[in-house]
Design a protein around this ligand. Structure first.
Ligand code: SF4
Length: 472
């Protein structure tokens, strides 16, 4: 059978086997600095609201607690059984919400939050009354009953179908389950055992009807994973029929993430096998009626992401891809990331610093960044390419008053090896990825990244997975 990725050869995989970002922002976090503080955040928000006082906003809240610590995970989270500890954290989070609301009051604006995402950690680990109280505290930021999207990252062992239905009654309308892999051996190797039957038992007909969209997060490159085992996992996933699926890459960095220590590097699939595991999975999703949205996301034709892609409103940001209601995201909670207007801001990793800053009435920022004019042009190209796998320069020329063909003359010359390898085609007004080239989209983006290392090779310790999603 002729397949979409039939021409993916080991030579091509090896040639492009360099670590690098997946561009959920530009520039990536490596350029952000500690010089950016609360006053810069305030100024960025003021400028955004001056452009549009009713600008739609998305909120991300990081809940850093889990019932279990999975070995593959690189999220900021700790295992606890203490309800008091979670309550104490929530009190600080409520204060941070008040700080944000105070900022809007000071700027004379009414926040217009249209989307909320609870991530972590395992926000589904919160008790229902804790979730209810948290949502109550979010009311001053928007009408929580009529949000366009309200997502709960869900660890299956922390919920029942009744709890999920109660979450629906609180206004949550999307679920995202951390699946990773259904193979028992792989699950044992990553310290996260959960059967397909458990997931199936949670996705009752009523649960399916009650949520606008259910997403599965999967992971490739895990220990003991092979093309054969992951094909079986994908077959089980397709049987369960989530509206969306994302397949993230596992990065083995035990020096940064000690919980990865028990994973033996000799159990990890090699570079070529790992790439083929992903290609097989992508192929299987497309064959089963999912649309390849880009990079690592797949969705059913009726899902908001597919509709947004077809309507030309799809956006790339810290949540991966979104249906395009707003590019402006504000993060709350430790380690959360904000990206709005011309600014990026990153909250601290330290719970002590987080607590102290919020108690002192200060946004708990670690670092941030203010985009330059050139950054905005490059992000327009990169984000457009990641969303549509093609770029037509006309609209970017018009928007920024430039001529991309000459502005990016060097970058366009750099595309030639991709053209020679059959990954990119030049068009009259820009360029696009070929069917095979969609697997190499991040490499193409790196050409337009003026901060990327000159030889295109990021050192291993320079790379930090940036997507702001839990892997629950
Ligand atoms: S995958 Fe989810 S449950 Fe596991 S450690 Fe990470 S955040 Fe916690």
């Amino acid at each position: 059978m002729e397949t979409r990725f039939a021409s993916l050869t080991p030579e091509l995989i090896e040639k492009y086997s360099v670590p690098g970002p997946y561009y959920t922002s530009y520039p990536t976090g490596r350029q952000w600095t500690g010089d950016f503080g609360p006053e810069d955040f305030r100024r960025g928000l003021k400028e955004l609201l001056a452009r549009d006082p009713h600008v739609p906003l998305s909120l991300y809240l990081h809940i850093p607690f889990c019932k279990r610590r999975c070995r593959f995970c690189f999220c900021f989270a700790e295992v606890t059984r203490s309800r008091e500890k979670m309550d104490e954290f929530l009190q600080v989070l409520f204060d941070e919400i008040r700080l944000l609301r105070g900022l809007f009051d000071e700027l004379g604006a009414e926040p217009n939050v249209r989307e909320i995402h609870f991530g972590g950690g395992s926000p589904s680990y919160l008790e229902l009354d804790q979730l209810r109280t948290l949502i109550e505290h979010l009311r001053p930021l928007g009408n929580v009953e009529s949000l366009d999207e309200f997502t709960l990252e869900t660890d299956a062992i922390t919920v029942t179908s009744d709890k999920l239905l109660a979450c629906r009654d609180l206004g949550i309308n999307r679920l995202s389950f951390g699946i990773q892999d259904f193979d028992e051996q792989v699950q044992r190797a990553i310290g996260r055992v959960q059967s397909p039957e458990l997931i199936a038992s949670l996705m009752t007909p009523e649960v399916r009807r009650s949520f606008r969209s259910i997403n599965f997060d999967l992971m490739y490159g895990l220990p003991l994973q092979t093309r054969g085992t992951f094909r079986e996992t994908i077959a089980k996933v397709v049987d369960l029929s989530p509206a969306r699926a994302a397949i993230y890459s596992y990065f083995h960095m035990p020096e940064m993430y000690p919980n990865q220590g028990p994973i033996r590097s000799e159990d990890l699939p090699g570079t070529v096998e790992k790439a083929l595991i992903f290609a097989d999975a992508a192929e299987a999703f497309v064959r089963n009626g999912y649309e390849f949205i880009g990079i690592d996301h797949f969705s059913r034709p009726t899902d908001d992401l597919t509709r947004a892609k077809r309507a030309g409103t799809l956006l790339r940001h810290f949540m991966g891809y979104t249906a395009g209601r707003t590019p402006h995201l504000i993060g709350l909670g430790p380690t959360s990331i904000s990206g709005f207007g011309d600014c990026y801001a990153h909250n601290t990793y330290s719970m002590d610093e987080y607590r102290q800053a919020v108690h002192a009435g200060r946004l708990p920022l670690l670092r941030g960044y203010r985009m330059t004019g050139d950054d905005k042009i490059r992000w327009a190209v990169i984000s457009r390419f990641l969303a549509y796998m093609s770029v037509e320069f006309g609209e970017i020329d018009e928007r920024f008053g430039i001529d991309c063909q000459s502005y990016f003359a060097g970058e366009l010359a750099g595309l030639e090896p991709f053209v020679d390898d059959g990954l990119v085609e030049r068009t009259d007004g820009g360029f696009r990825a070929t069917d095979l080239g969609v697997l190499f989209a991040r490499h193409v983006c790196a050409l337009f990244d003026r901060y990327a290392p000159v030889d295109g090779r990021a050192k291993k310790n320079q790379f930090v997975p940036a997507i702001q999603r839990s892997r629950c």
